[in-house]
Design a protein around this ligand. Structure first.
Ligand SMILES: *Cc1c(COP(=O)(O)O)cnc(C)c1O
Length: 388
């Protein structure tokens, strides 16, 4: 009953609970222990037990998480890092050489844009930006010049645009580019980019995978052996590894991922429908609403619409007031935890892209809808909107 390789024949929820999580053979402990040791006794020089030597090069708790992550995304290799951006950095440096170019979605996570433009830019990585949900615009950019990498987030942050992953992968591969999907917003419970043709999946496991706003982490999942080896080499040689407790917390969060994503999606749908009817709200962005331009595509490509809803108000002042006047929705950055959060992107999560091609409207508020009783969430929004 080895499930160390994730056993793809099993259903998703079974993989979330069991992949990489076999009981401890020495004690029978059903939950594998957290391995804090930084070093491993050798049976004679070079005589490693189980391949472990030093905590940066390998750790059993981290390995268990990596097995679990690979199984969830249906990939051959899962590689865990100390943050989402550390995972992105390792991937970019593993896959690209100086002079290479990334074609980036125009509303990707602001930190991704900052990493490529301000950290890797000076080392020779070039960047162009396009609305990835507009495939004609993508074709035009590819015709201009073939990039080495396409980087897409769908649903995107915070505009919730939906990109056709299968079609984008086809276009990218025709141009000879590596196709990367940041799957943080959907999580593998709702969307499986590798099965749709993408080459690499990136995660901030800080969000839905961890799921409880108590651990920062990141991951790569991919099939290509050579690229995985290169990314693993950077994990080891540059050293942005996840610590054992972080890896264990992430593993524990993942076990309930499918349940949580179902409830996030159900609550977000109800919240989006309530807000769409409210006179103080100018526009609601949620792919689960039939009026959303990506509704049909999201319905086909995803198995749920997720927990993020963005809204626009009459002006920036109204948006700021809403963000500051809810009680159950807490004003905080980040997303994907069990508790509901409010974010004013222009000055919070997206402050780093103000004045760039990735700037977000200043009348926009982003909601990360949690798994609380949905009537309480709607009552909270209702009282906040009444006070505007
Ligand atoms: C948060 C986030 C990241 C960055 O992850 P960290 O864990 O904060 O480093 C990358 N992509 C998306 C979509 C995110 O939401």
């Amino acid at each position: 009953m080895s499930d160390q390789n994730g056993n793809r024949a099993r259903g998703f929820a079974s993989r979330a609970v069991h992949a990489g999580q076999a009981f401890d053979p020495t004690t029978g402990a059903v939950i594998p222990p957290v391995h804090f040791s930084t070093t491993y006794a050798q049976d004679g020089i070079g005589g490693l037990r189980g391949g472990y030597e030093y905590g940066r090069s390998g750790n059993p708790t981290r390995a268990a998480l990596e097995t679990q992550l690979a199984a969830l995304e249906g990939g051959r290799h899962g590689i865990s890092f100390s943050s989402g951006l550390a995972a992105e950095d390792a991937l970019l440096r593993a896959a690209l050489q100086p002079g290479a170019e990334v074609l980036l979605g125009n509303d990707v996570y602001g930190g991704t844009y900052r990493l490529i433009s301000r950290v890797l830019g000076p080392w020779g990585i070039r960047l162009r930006v396009v609305d990835m949900s507009d495939l004609d615009a993508v074709r035009a950019k590819l015709d201009e010049r073939a990039p080495q990498m396409l980087w897409v987030e769908t649903p995107s942050n915070p505009m919730l645009r939906i990109t056709d992953i299968a079609e984008l992968a086809r276009l990218g591969h025709e141009a000879g580019a590596l196709v990367v999907v940041d799957n943080t917003f959907a999580s593998p419970a709702l969307q499986q980019p590798l099965a749709l043709g993408a080459d690499v999946v990136v995660h901030s496991t800080t969000k839905y995978l961890g799921g409880h706003s108590d651990v920062v982490g990141g991951a790569l999942v991919l099939d290509d052996d050579a690229l995985a080896e290169q990314a693993r080499f950077l994990q080891f040689a540059a050293g942005a590894v996840s610590g054992p407790m972080d890896a264990w917390l992430t593993t524990r969060g993942i076990k309930t991922l499918p349940l949580r994503m179902r409830q996030h999606s159900e609550n977000a749908q109800a919240v989006a429908e309530f807000l769409a009817e409210h006179p103080a709200i100018a526009h609601v962005y949620y792919p689960g609403l039939p009026a959303h331009p990506g509704h049909a595509l999201a319905g086909a490509q995803m198995s749920g619409f997720g927990g993020i809803v963005s809204v626009r108000l009459a002006d920036a002042a109204a948006a700021r007031r809403l963000a500051e006047s809810t009680r159950m929705f807490q004003l905080a950055e980040s997303l994907g935890g069990v508790e509901s959060l409010m974010n004013y992107p222009d000055e919070m999560t997206h402050a780093s892209v103000r004045g760039t091609e990735l700037a977000v409207p200043d009348d926009l508020v982003r909601l990360s809808v949690g798994i609380e009783t949905v009537d309480d969430l709607i009552a909270d929004l209702d009282q906040a909107l009444r006070g505007l």
